[in-house]
Design a protein around this ligand. Structure first.
Ligand SMILES: [Cu+2]
Length: 511
């Protein structure tokens, strides 16, 4: 660890706002034209309490059974988060539609990059897709370029996946500017009663300036990951929904933020976990609260057992904040359900068994990944220019800040590990740093064996498929995993700014 130098470097970050963004703020205050521009320093008031809207679906253009075929384009657009402001964003097809397919389907997505001047990719987060279809940083689609992403959805792959850009050096920015979508793979036989519905709650993080635009990231954002001012659900601030007393609902929660740790509580309801990143768990587990770290998903059954307001709120979580400006994360209301006095029609019970998850078995290889943070001493104050507007020079240039795996910063042309398809491996992820780092592996789902901190070993209380696991500062997490498809796969911290500043590696899976 290099905590001392790391924090010393932060002393210079008190004025963390990039000059360009600061100027924009000041100017918007001075110009003050009409009633749409508030005073400098006051941010737009977001529309709140509107009915929760379902995200639109991407229509299947194929008439062939078991083929899902559609087009996606990443392009600039606008979102109206606050009255009077059209915030420039990046979106898939103008709306970030949900893709819903079924186990056994073939998927064929024709993709067009409509982002001016920037390469991009689509990474299918958590999905068992071939390496050359997975939107790796090494396979960029040039601005104006097109390609087809094609893959099969195997049996037993039903889960709450998502998709987002993964271009080298631009992932963090393209995601906070809006690019992310939900990809649900439905099972052939769903054990969850259809009466519960299937409601997606996609959680994103928005920072909006006085002029309605999204400010560029600051040095503090790069350090900690970018945290916004508002956590949105399906793009809405604290939307409202109605529920009848005793009603049960199925929710899929997505942490699609760049860096926000969401410790969540749902007041006045009973909450049961039924699924994780890689689909259903074996049996329902009742919980009072849950921690959803960046890129994680959870499936819940929520039972509205008390009349009145049932609010989904955030609790405080200590994830290791560097420098000034730690946001107050507790007490945000993300969603309000208004539960009627009138009882719902009787609903079928939740089955006691959901599915079987076979243990992965004994590993034949053990790998160790040590996560560290460092700040080199060669910062002369001028290298802030490394954070240019395109973000292209950001990964290695920003004030010498580095987020490392096994002492190395990500190199596109370096293979860090060589593995073999079909081989069960034990990965030991050691967080020798001050912050929590949510660790993600592409192309597969893994099983958590145990967490170890200060000599105390804890095994998870239930078996689950995961593609992202939070590794607390000072903690070691051991996971079992198997890659079934050959090719290069990324593993990285899913605080996207950390990924961008080097905390990523490549495992080449041989056939
Ligand atoms: Cu990290």
């Amino acid at each position: 660890m290099h905590r001392r130098t790391f924090l010393a470097g932060l002393a210079g970050l008190a004025v963390a706002e990039p000059a360009a963004a600061k100027m924009k703020h000041d100017m918007s205050g001075m110009s003050g034209h009409g009633n749409t521009i508030p005073l400098a320093g006051t941010n737009p008031v977001l529309l709140e309490g509107k009915p929760l809207t379902a995200l639109p679906r991407l229509a299947n253009q194929s008439a062939v059974p078991s083929l899902f075929k559609a087009e996606l384009a990443a392009e600039p657009g606008f979102m109206r988060f606050a009255e009077g402001f059209d915030t420039p964003v990046l979106l898939y097809n103008g709306t970030n539609p949900v893709i819903e397919a079924r186990e056994g389907d073939k998927v064929e997505i024709s993709f067009k990059n409509g982002i001016p001047g920037e390469p991009t990719t689509i990474h299918w987060h958590g999905m068992p897709v071939p390496a050359d279809q997975d939107g790796n940083p090494g396979d960029p689609v040039a601005p104006g370029g097109e390609r087809i992403y094609a893959f099969d959805l195997p049996e037993s792959s039903a889960a709450s996946y998502w998709f987002h850009p993964h271009p080298h050096g631009l992932t963090a920015e393209q995601v906070y500017r809006g690019l992310a979508g939900v990809f649900i793979v439905k099972p052939k036989d769903d054990p969850i009663p259809p009466e519960y519905g299937d409601t997606i709650l996609m959680l994103t993080d928005l920072r909006i300036a006085a002029d309605g635009t999204m400010p560029e990231s600051t040095m503090a954002d790069l350090m900690n990951g970018r945290i916004g001012d508002h956590v949105l659900v399906n793009g809405q601030k604290n939307p409202a929904m109605a529920a009848a007393l005793g009603e049960k609902r199925r929710f899929r929660l997505y942490n699609a933020t760049n860096a926000r740790f969401l410790r969540l509580r749902f007041e006045n309801v009973s909450m049961t976990v039924i699924g994780t990143d890689g689909g259903l768990i074996e049996a329902p587990v009742a919980v009072d609260e849950l921690l959803l770290t960046p890129a994680e998903r959870v499936e819940l059954i929520v039972s509205f057992d008390k009349p009145g307001a049932a609010k989904l709120t955030t609790l405080d979580y200590e994830r290791g904040w560097m420098g000034p400006g730690k946001p107050d994360e507790a007490g945000m209301v993300l969603l309000t359900a208004n539960v009627s006095e009138e009882a719902a029609a009787a609903m079928p019970p939740l089955p006691a068994k959901l599915r079987a998850i076979e243990p992965l078995g004994s590993p034949v290889v053990t790998r160790r990944f040590v996560l560290t943070e460092s700040m080199s001493g060669d910062n002369d104050g001028t290298s802030m220019q490394g954070m240019d507007h395109s973000g292209m020079n950001m990964p290695s240039g920003s004030m010498g800040m580095k987020f490392l795996i096994n002492g190395a910063s990500f190199e596109m042309n370096r293979i860090d590990e060589v593995s073999k398809a079909g081989q069960v491996e034990l990965w030991e992820i050691v967080n020798d740093a001050d912050m929590d780092h949510p660790f993600h592996v592409h192309g597969t789902q893994f099983q958590i064996v145990e967490h170890e901190k200060d000599g105390k070993v804890t095994a998870p209380s239930y078996r689950a498929w995961k593609d992202t696991v939070n590794v607390v500062g000072g903690e070691t997490v051991r996971i079992l995993l198997r890659q079934d498809l050959p090719g290069p796969r990324m593993y990285h911290c899913h605080i996207l700014e950390h990924e961008q500043l080097g905390m990523m590696g490549i495992v080449d899976v041989k056939a």
